[in-house]
Design a protein around this ligand. Structure first.
Ligand SMILES: Cc1cc2nc3c(=O)[nH]c(=O)nc-3n(C[C@H](O)[C@H](O)[C@H](O)COP(=O)(O)OP(=O)(O)OC[C@H]3O[C@@H](n4cnc5c(N)ncnc54)[C@H](O)[C@@H]3O)c2cc1C
Length: 473
């Protein structure tokens, strides 16, 4: 009976693949995934580099308790760590002048305290940037922080803004709602679990492990099938792809990244989506996290700290002013360079902010020269040139148009959360016809792989529940 039901899943990222696996395990065999790219994985993209693998997209399994990725893999895979939590390998470096590390560590504690003021945040109408600045400068007026001068406070605040933007992929922390921020939850446990030399792609092998032997998941995934039209005017939904193939299905799970949906939903759906869905698509924001991997002949950073984890860049106001409005401005968004687990000769730069388009369009040579200019400026010595470089382009890649989502001031003003995006669209007989899953639809773990994975399970379960309740009638 369930074999008759045809389910189409759009997108072969972790959400789409999880949905397919859940459905197949519940006896739905007529399941097809249409994927626009020539590979599975979506924003999990492990590629060869520097005699091994690196992750251009998701890199860390963030947290353990309640993290479905961790739960699924903990007995199958031995995770590594980057070493964030240890704290001793954090090397703050200033664009000019010396840095008092002890003061920075105290400011870091203050930052952590402010971030836990959830009750105040929930009532707040301002952005997370304004909320944080107010609390930060108030605390600096107290006797405990008398020895922190304005220059150091500004340098630290700039770093924290970059760190926040890199974590949440926000373009600007004045665009992130402090009221909605407490909705997001961190899973308890290590936040920096790595896939060592194997990469995040390992997850896709683990997820398929307990499928029945007779089922070959790869046979259910059609690559290079970009969906251009979804006609949901009748009981059966008709889907068309760029190469003019046509598919029909009883239910469609849409896992397309929100950046892509924002740009194309008006052309894809017929009839157009309900206004409430369009509002959710338009209010939740998509940001871009960028990465630059530099490979060196040999590691030079252990000269600065045996436990090295990261060079954290702190800019003075004067130095910042010198490169704003120049073609080096993008560098002011780099949070720092971190080491990469299982790659002793790699440094990885992380950045987010309003210069991502420029970053993605500059030439490889410029990216290398600019990064080296910056590293030499902050480390105050000459350094060897990298032997190879790899960088990301999530904002300009046509099937993504961004890296992941955040809850913007607009979402707060319009009272929109990921739940509004997740709600399925039903036919007259209450059948969920269009189901929405993917990272952006998870209320608590938005932006994470475990959020995307859970959302795929949730969409599959809605279909399973619908047909099993019908079969009981
Ligand atoms: C740079 C970066 C760093 C990250 N770091 C982490 C991290 O460390 N830890 C963590 O937990 N998360 C991280 N994330 C977030 C994580 O990668 C995502 O939340 C998750 O992978 C999203 O999965 P998804 O299935 O929702 O979407 P996707 O993986 O994007 O899958 C959607 C699929 O839809 C396809 N598609 C698009 N348009 C069409 C179309 N018209 N027709 C057919 N197919 C289409 C896309 O090609 C894609 O394969 C990071 C993401 C990025 C980009």
């Amino acid at each position: 009976m369930l074999n008759n039901k045809s389910i189409l899943i759009i997108g072969a990222g972790i959400s789409g693949i999880t949905a397919a696996v859940s459905l197949i395990k519940s006896q739905f065999t007529n399941v097809i995934i249409l994927e626009a790219e020539n590979r599975i994985g979506g924003r999990i993209e492990t590629v060869s580099f520097a005699n091994g693998f690196i992750d251009l997209g998701a890199q860390w399994c963030q947290g353990e308790k309640g993290n479905s990725v961790y739960e699924l893999c903990k007995n199958e895979f031995k995770f590594g760590t980057t070493g964030w939590l240890n704290g001793t390998g954090f090397v703050p470096v200033a664009s000019s002048g010396e840095i008092d590390v002890e003061k920075i560590l105290r400011l870091e504690e203050l930052r952590q305290e402010i971030l836990l003021k959830y009750d105040e945040m929930k009532k707040s109408k301002v952005s997370i940037g304004e909320f944080f600045e107010e609390k930060f400068y108030d605390a600096l007026k107290t006797s405990q922080f008398q020895d922190i001068d304005e220059k150091l406070a500004d340098m630290f605040l700039g770093f924290w803004q970059r760190e926040f933007n890199s974590l949440f992929a926000s373009t600007n922390w004045y665009d992130v709602s402090s009221k909605l921020y407490p909705i997001l939850e961190t899973c308890e446990g290590q936040q920096d679990l790595t896939w060592r030399q194997y990469g995040f792609k390992t997850l896709f092998d683990i997820i398929q492990k307990d499928l029945p032997k007779s089922i070959k998941l790869e046979e259910k995934i059609l690559l290079n099938k970009k969906v251009t039209k979804i006609n949901w005017s009748n009981e059966k939904v008709i889907v068309q792809t760029e190469d003019n193939s046509v598919y029909s299905a009883d239910n469609i799970i849409i896992t397309i990244p929100l950046g892509y949906l924002q740009a194309h939903h008006m052309n894809i759906f017929y009839p157009k989506l309900p206004d409430s869905k369009i509002k959710a698509i338009e209010c939740i924001k998509v940001g871009t996290l960028g990465k630059v991997f530099l490979e060196f002949e040999e590691c030079f950073w252990n000269r600065d700290n045996d436990d090295f984890v990261m060079y954290a860049f702190l800019w003075t106001k004067e130095d910042l002013e010198q490169i704003i409005d120049t073609d080096k401005e993008w560098l002011t968004h780099i949070l720092g360079f971190i080491k990469v687990d299982s790659h002793p000769n790699l440094l990885e730069g992380l950045l987010s902010g309003d210069k991502m388009r420029e970053f993605e369009t500059y030439s490889n040579d410029k990216i290398i020269s600019d990064c080296m200019w910056m590293l030499e400026k902050f480390l105050k010595r000459s350094l060897p040139r990298p032997i190879a470089m790899r960088r990301t382009k999530w904002l300009t890649r046509e099937n993504f148009l961004g890296s992941y989502t955040y809850l913007s001031m607009k979402s707060a003003d319009e009272n929109i959360t990921s739940d509004d995006l997740a709600t399925s669209i039903k036919s007259k007989n209450n059948k969920p016809v269009l189901l929405f899953s993917g990272e952006a639809t998870h209320k608590r773990y938005q932006g994470y792989v475990h959020g995307a994975l859970d959302s795929g399970k949730r969409a599959a379960q809605e279909i399973i529940d619908f047909y099993s309740s019908k079969s009981k009638l």
